[in-house]
Design a protein around this ligand. Structure first.
Ligand code: NPG
Length: 369
């Protein structure tokens, strides 16, 4: 393919209920969608996972638009005949900005797969047609509110529960939820960097709840802090924010800072780097799971295909579209049945767009030539 035009489309979608993490509360999502158009009419969509503000990682959605317009897209336009698999190398001279790079690679991959009338699951060579589905539960005003939310998700059939934690919202909520769901259901926690090295003894109190893992308790850069926690605690330490590439994955594992890896394609620069991280972890026997970034049906479909690779042995944050959206922008939103979601098999990344709904939620469109 030769890069022709890039459509930048901003959509705003309300969440069905507020989602609070240790870095803030969200009631809606301002999402950048990108459409890659090849000069021969190939077309595909990517979804950028960057938030409106740089509170999860350094990238934010307005910044992503600038980087795409002034740095990424000109390089792809100038690159001649390319395939999606070439994009990471073409963009390698640009430092950072994995979420911007991931969005455009995802759109090019969708365009390429559709042009070849094939789908992501065949591209990845996966054999599973369903993957277990976990749900992420935000911080609630009271423990009673939390318990009734968790009860609802258990009724919906989720295979595991992930609780957002922060200082003063950790040991007691986890104790109560473990008592509610019983000893056998998968339970894990995610701190989104809310703790420090001084909290290691405190966090070890979580060991009694038989958690699948504790995710990113300390700062993105604090690899040594995570290694110390991993040595002190029987709960496996999982990294999310710290993992921005295959290289950071290797380093964190070698240093004993990560016993489990959360793979988010957007955070690591795309689905192809995500696959490389998966392959590396599979070789080492380090379990991985697919994280979520409140994606629409576009990202959710692609994540389900990725999560069907063999090394994804833990349930991902691939919940039903209805967990976050009253109406998705795809015609075939992900649903959860008996704890799992189907790996989609429509051409491209696996979904069909609901064009009316897409128009309704769009508030700005720009075209880069
Ligand atoms: O299921 O899509 C989902 C949400 C899962 O909790 C979730 N994501 O820290 O992993 C996270 C968190 C997140 C959401 C992070 C949005 C950044 C943005």
């Amino acid at each position: 393919m030769r890069a022709g035009r890039l459509e930048l489309r901003r959509v705003r979608m309300d969440l069905v209920s507020p989602f609070r993490t240790s870095f803030g509360s969200q009631t809606d999502r301002d999402i950048l969608l990108v459409r890659f158009e090849g000069v021969d009419g190939e077309s595909g969509w990517g979804e950028c996972v960057a938030l409106s503000e740089p509170v999860y990682s350094a990238e934010f959605v307005d910044g992503v638009e600038l980087v795409l317009e002034h740095h990424i897209w000109p390089r792809l336009r100038a690159a001649g005949d390319i395939s999606a698999a070439d994009i990471a190398e073409i963009l390698e001279p640009l430092r950072g900005h994995p979420m911007a790079k991931a969005a455009v690679e995802m759109a090019a991959l969708d365009a390429e797969l559709r042009a070849n009338d094939t789908d992501l699951r065949s591209y990845f060579g996966v054999t599973r047609d369903r993957v277990p589905s976990g749900v992420s539960v935000g911080i609630h005003p009271t423990i009673d509110d939390l318990l009734s939310a968790v009860e609802g998700y258990v009724r919906d059939g989720y295979a595991r529960i992930k609780l957002k934690i922060e200082p003063d919202w950790d040991i007691e909520p986890v104790r109560e939820v473990r008592a509610l769901i019983g000893p056998d259901m998968g339970l894990q926690v995610d701190a989104n960097t809310a703790y420090g090295r001084d909290d290691i003894d405190h966090l070890c109190q979580l060991d009694e709840f038989d958690l699948l893992l504790i995710e990113q308790p300390m700062a993105e850069e604090d690899i040594i802090g995570h290694a110390r926690l991993a040595a002190a605690s029987s709960t496996p330490v999982c990294l999310d924010e710290s993992i921005v590439s295959a290289q950071t994955t290797r380093d964190a594992i070698e240093l004993g800072a990560a016993e489990v890896i959360n793979i988010k394609p957007g955070r690591v620069g795309g689905y192809l780097e995500a696959r490389r991280i998966h392959d590396y972890c599979l070789d080492l026997g380090v379990p991985v799971w697919c994280g979520g970034m409140l994606e629409t049906g576009i990202g959710r479909a692609a994540n389900a295909a990725l999560a069907a690779l063999d090394g994804f042995t833990l349930p991902g944050d691939i919940s039903a579209s209805a967990r976050f959206w009253s109406r998705d922008i795809v015609l075939d939103p992900i649903t959860v049945e008996e704890g799992s979601v189907a790996v989609p098999d429509a051409p491209g990344l696996g979904y069909d767009l609901d064009l009316d709904e897409l128009e309704r939620v769009t508030y700005r469109t720009r075209l880069l030539d």
